[in-house]
Design a protein around this ligand. Structure first.
Ligand code: FAD
Length: 353
């Protein structure tokens, strides 16, 4: 039995303890704590002062990862581009380096520039689009930082685990890396590009190492077109070997594309046969597209072609062979002669618009 005095002391001691007990420290979940440590630098491509919309997919990918996201842009007069980019939802800061040496995206110039700014920012992840620029640049940056580079990811499973298609999209590879920073190129069609609105990121000048560049920009030959850009178009009409000749390709495909407001694509067989320019090739060794509508004519649907377009929302195919593999992925199939169907379809679309 506890004596009354001692009982009173005990009660007093308990009260004092309660009064002086330090406030509990809120415990963060592992995920939240980890996300606070994550920081991604998203490389933003620009040309002639305009942001390349497909590189904005890197920001969406970084949002999926969590943590803070900074954008990075470089070139002559890019402060205004950085200010425009600061409106992209999800960005905390946009770092820019103004120097026209970076205008053409020469990777030998860009690699030391990025290394400098990655080291300065202490980023855990660096994302770039899986474009010609990103594919050319990121392996060089990886070599300079002595880390591996992960290409063409379509899914982020965690801060160190990513998924990428292999064998022309017939298998998915899960890649895990302990490297830091993690250098990754993003398949633009797998991550919806963020809108240039709703954000209010700060804009800050980065560091320019002004490293001597062994390569020099000479010139470029661009195929000019008023049509939407193939890789980001909402609608694509594509022609294959079934079109028979360049003359027929040029006679049938542009009017159909114009009637739909679509970009033009082609199979590799059509490109190799000289029907269409190399820049129009869709597929494993061409462009990856994922438009709302992919309408193709005279394309059989080889796996290498499917690898570049099977993520399209609606696939419509015209082919005279009912057993053509393209019909296995098509939402709408027209079995018949394209030389009858395409002109009739174009005429109907022209009348409707
Ligand atoms: P075909 O396979 O010859 O098909 C022509 C189709 O047209 C047939 O289905 C036929 O029934 C139909 N047709 C013919 N006449 C008519 C008509 N009058 N009306 C309606 N239909 C008609 N291919 C790509 O496209 N992109 C790539 O990036 C690519 N990368 C490759 C990479 C590698 C390593 C390799 C090995 C191959 C690659 N290929 C690529 C080539 C691919 O394997 C196919 O050869 C190519 O896609 C076939 O193109 P196609 O469908 O236009 O021609």
């Amino acid at each position: 039995m506890v004596p009354p005095l001692r009982n009173g002391l005990l009660r007093h001691a308990t009260t004092c303890l309660r009064q002086h007990r330090p406030k509990p420290i809120p415990q963060l979940s592992r995920k939240t704590a980890l996300q606070r440590l994550l920081s991604t630098l998203a490389i933003l491509e620009q040309r002639d002062g305009k942001l390349n919309m497909s590189s904005l997919a890197s920001i969406s990918a970084a949002q999926k990862l969590g943590g803070s996201i900074h954008g990075f842009v470089a070139g002559g007069n890019v402060k205004s581009v950085a200010e425009e980019a600061s409106k992209v939802d999800g960005l905390e800061k946009v770092v820019y380096v103004e120097n026209s040496d970076y205008d053409r995206g020469l990777p030998e110039n860009w690699a030391p520039l990025l290394v400098e700014n990655i080291n300065k920012g202490g980023y855990t992840h660096v994302f770039a689009g899986h474009s010609a620029f990103g594919k050319n640049l990121m392996p060089r940056v990886a070599a300079l930082l002595n880390v591996q580079q992960i290409s063409d990811i379509t899914e982020i499973q965690s801060e160190d685990t990513f998924v990428r298609p292999i064998y022309a999209g017939n298998a998915l590879l899960t890649v895990q890396t302990e490297d830091s920073p993690k250098l990754i190129t993003i398949r633009g069609t797998a991550f919806q590009a963020g809108a240039v609105e709703g954000g209010s990121a700060s804009v800050e000048e980065g560091t320019d190492p002004k490293a001597p560049c062994p390569t020099e920009w000479v010139s470029e030959n661009l195929a000019k077109s008023d049509r939407p850009e193939l890789a980001t178009a909402e609608k694509v009409v594509s022609g294959g070997r079934g079109l028979k000749s360049k003359e027929e390709f040029d006679r049938l495909m542009p009017p159909l594309a114009d009637a739909l407001g679509a970009a033009i694509g082609a199979s590799r067989a059509a490109v190799d046969s000289g029907f269409a320019d190399n820049s129009l090739q869709v597929g494993q060794t061409g462009k990856n597209v994922a438009p709302q509508l992919y309408l193709c004519a005279g394309i059989s649907g080889a796996i290498q072609h499917l690898a570049g377009m099977k993520d399209s929302k609606v696939i419509a195919a015209i082919n005279k062979d009912a057993d053509a593999p393209i019909f296995q992925v098509a939402d709408v199939g027209l079995v018949g002669d394209l030389f009858d169907i395409v002109p009739e379809l174009t005429e109907k679309l022209q009348k409707e618009s």
